[in-house]
Design a binder for this molecule. Structure first.
Ligand SMILES: *Cc1c(COP(=O)(O)O)cnc(C)c1O
Length: 397
C-alpha cells in the first residue's frame, strides 16, 4: 500500500535546469552536486538524468555516496568534495572516485590506496571559508606531494563563503587569493588541472568565478541559492511534496487542535488532516506559524503544531474539501505555488535545509511529464526504472 504522502521529483525540471546551466557557464564544465541524496531528490535518478542532460561530472560529499552511484551503473567522473578519512581511500579508489586532498596525511593515504597507479585527485585550497582546504601557503608543497606520490592532479579548487550575497566584497577577495595560488603553481611548473571555485550562486551571478568548471548543487534542483539573487536563467523547481487529505472534521467554537491545544478556534471550524509530519521533514513550528498548504487550488493555513506523523489545516473557508483531495505542501496547484523559499523565509533558514529535510520515510516518486502535442502538459507518469525522461513521450497516468 503506497503512503498517501510523497516527494514527487520532476526529472524533466532537473534536465531543463542542467541544460540551461550548462549553456550559461560554457565553456566551463558543469559538475552537478548530488550529495545528501541529491539534496533530498534521490541521487541516483538525478545523477542519471543530469548526465544525460549534459553534466560533465558529478560531485558527492562522502565516499559512500559515490559508491551508490557506481552501484547503479553511473560511470561519469565523481568528485568527493572533501578529503575522505584515510581508511575510506581504498573504497574511493576501488569505486573510481576522484577524492579531494588537503593534507599530507590524506595524500599519503590516497597514494597507499592507489598502489602506484596515477589516481586523479583534486587539491582543495582554503581562501577564506575556513572549513576545509589547505592553507594557501601550503598549496604548492601539497600539489608537489601529490605528484611525487605518483598520483595525478586532476584539479585545484576553492569554495566561496558569501557568493549568495552578490554585494559583499569577500568573493572577489577569495578569488584573488585563489588566483595567487594558481600563479604560484604555474611558477613552480605544476599544472593545476581543472581550476574551480563556483557553487550555484557564483555560477549564476559571478561569471569571473566560473573558471574551468562550476560545481552546481541547489540550482540543479531549480531552487534559487537565496531570495536576493537575480537569476540570469529560468530554473524550474523539481521538488513537489504532495499528500492526500485523510480526515475532514468539524470543531465547535472554543475547541483547540493538536498537542498543547495551542490554537483555539473562535468560531466553528472545518479541519482537514494531512498524513505527514515532522518525522517526514515538515518542521513542527510551521504549524504554529500558520504556514499554508494548497487544497483545491486554494491556500489553507496549518493550525496547531505539526505532529510526528500528521498535521492539521483549517478549511473552513473556500471550496469544500473531502477525504482523498490532493494536498500540495511544496509545489504548484492551479495558479498557486508554495516554494521551499517560502518555508525557509518563515523559519529563518535557507531552502537547502528544507529540501534536505524531507526524510527517508517519505517515498520519492520520480516523474516525467506526459506531454501531448506541442509541449502541452496534462499529467505525470512514473519514470520507468532505468529509463531517461522523455519529454515528448506519451503514456498512461
Ligand atoms: C555542496 C557544495 C557545492 C554545491 O553548492 P550549491 O550552493 O548547492 O551549488 C559546491 N562545492 C562544494 C565544495 C560543496 O560542498
Amino acid at each position: 500500500m503506497p503512503r498517501h504522502a510523497a516527494v514527487h521529483v520532476d526529472l524533466d525540471a532537473v534536465a531543463h535546469n542542467v541544460a540551461v546551466l550548462k549553456d550559461l557557464v560554457a565553456p566551463a564544465e558543469l559538475c552537478v552536486v548530488v550529495k545528501a541524496d541529491g539534496y533530498g531528490h534521490g541521487s541516483e535518478d538525478v545523477a542519471a538524468v543530469a548526465v544525460a542532460a549534459g553534466a560533465d561530472r558529478l560531485a558527492v560529499a562522502l565516499v559512500e555516496e559515490g559508491q551508490e552511484l557506481r552501484d547503479v551503473g553511473i560511470d561519469a567522473p565523481v568528485l568527493v568534495l572533501s578529503q575522505p578519512p584515510p581508511d575510506a581511500m581504498v573504497d574511493a579508489f576501488a569505486a573510481g572516485l576522484n577524492p579531494t586532498v588537503d593534507t599530507a596525511e590524506g595524500i599519503a593515504a590516497a597514494a597507499a590506496a592507489a598502489g602506484g597507479t596515477p589516481w586523479p585527485v583534486q587539491l582543495k585550497v582554503d581562501t577564506g571559508m575556513h572549513r576545509v582546504g589547505c592553507d594557501p601557503a601550503d598549496a604548492v608543497d601539497l600539489a608537489r606531494a601529490v605528484l611525487d606520490a605518483g598520483l595525478a592532479l586532476q584539479g585545484t579548487f576553492t569554495h566561496l563563503a558569501v557568493a549568495d550575497e552578490p554585494d559583499r566584497p569577500e568573493t572577489d577577495e577569495q578569488l584573488e587569493i585563489f588566483a595567487a595560488v594558481l600563479a604560484e603553481l604555474a611558477a613552480a611548473g605544476i599544472d593545476p588541472g581543472l581550476r574551480h571555485a563556483a557553487n550555484s550562486a557564483a555560477a549564476l551571478v559571478h561569471p569571473a568565478a566560473r573558471l574551468d568548471l562550476v560545481r552546481v548543487g541547489i540550482a540543479t534542483y531549480g531552487v534559487p541559492p537565496s531570495a536576493d539573487l537575480e537569476l540570469p536563467v529560468p530554473l524550474e523547481p523539481a521538488m513537489n511534496v504532495r499528500a492526500e487529505v485523510s480526515r475532514v472534521r468539524s470543531v465547535a467554537a472554543g475547541e483547540g487542535v493538536s498537542y498543547g491545544l495551542r490554537h483555539r478556534f473562535r468560531s466553528p471550524a472545518r479541519l482537514a488532516v494531512v498524513p505527514l509530519g515532522y518525522a517526514d521533514g515538515v518542521p513542527r513550528r510551521l504549524g504554529e506559524l500558520g504556514a499554508d498548504v494548497l487544497i483545491g487550488g486554494v491556500r489553507r493555513p496549518m493550525r496547531g503544531v505539526v505532529t510526528m506523523d500528521q498535521l492539521v489545516v483549517e478549511v473552513t473557508d473556500g471550496p469544500e474539501v473531502a477525504v482523498g483531495d490532493e494536498v500540495v505542501l511544496i509545489g504548484r496547484q492551479g495558479d498557486e505555488e508554495i516554494t521551499t523559499g517560502e518555508w525557509a523565509e518563515m523559519l529563518g533558514t535557507i531552502s537547502y535545509e528544507i529540501v534536505c529535510g524531507f526524510g527517508p520515510r517519505l517515498p520519492r516518486r520520480h516523474l516525467t511529464r506526459i506531454s501531448h502535442g506541442a509541449g502541452f502538459v496534462d499529467g505525470w507518469a512514473d519514470r520507468p526504472a532505468g529509463a531517461e525522461p522523455d519529454p515528448s513521450g506519451g503514456g498512461g497516468s
